[in-house]
Design a protein around this ligand. Sequence first.
Ligand SMILES: [Fe+2]
Ligand SMILES: [Fe+2]
Length: 268
Amino acid sequence: MEIRTFARTVLETEDLAVKLAPPREELTDEEPGPAYRAAEPGRPANLRFAPRSKADTPSILGMPDPAQRPRILHGFANHELQATELFAWALLAFPDAPPAFRRGLVHILQDEQRHTRMYIARVEDHGHRFGDFPVNGYFWKKAPHFLEPLDFICAMSLTFENANLDHTVDAAAAARRAGDPKSALVIDQIHRDEIEHVRFGWTWLQVFKKEDESAWEAWRSHLAFPLIPEKARGKRFYPAGREAAGIDDEFIRRLEKSVLLPPLRKKG
Ligand SMILES: [Fe+2]
Ligand SMILES: [Fe+2]
């Protein structure tokens, strides 16, 4: 099967089982083009995007609350589902990208399918089904800005997945504290995979960026507002995940210093 056929199925099907299934045969990449930029994914009715105000993932502070925990895991499953779809989106949008880059996208796409299935299993273990709660399309909203592969990896690999290196540490600890070691183990596994996904972004940033640009400058200049360095980290910053992903010290140091300042208090 051609990569683009697989990607198009994952992207457009409204059948969740089909969307999350690995390819049934070996993938070839003989006919990657023409470029196709989908505006939105196909999804079953109960997983179509709701406004973020109605479909935000609750804070991990709610992990001990039996009513909140499945909602949190449900939100995580939707993050992974969006990642699955957006890696399929990139395969269709960037047919001219280097074959090794495209192979990397396919590999990550299949990891994201697996992550989605893992979180769905956790949601179900808590007595709910995926689609029971409204979901948002936060990552998808960025897709119109991904004009070239470098835009895509700067946002997906080096911002969202980079931030997830922090979020997963805190979420796994919260699940453990809440007495849910099964969810914690799933989050730990996703953390380990995310290190490799960030490594993919970092590696290809070096290939795609201009020679006289630093990695930091190249990354910054390919982020479309409102993506800023602060979005590539959690409230707490754990450098170990970045070191494991091969990111250089200078980049890690600058990321660590990127802190969202609290809003100024009004006088009076
Ligand atoms: Fe993932
Ligand atoms: Fe990932």
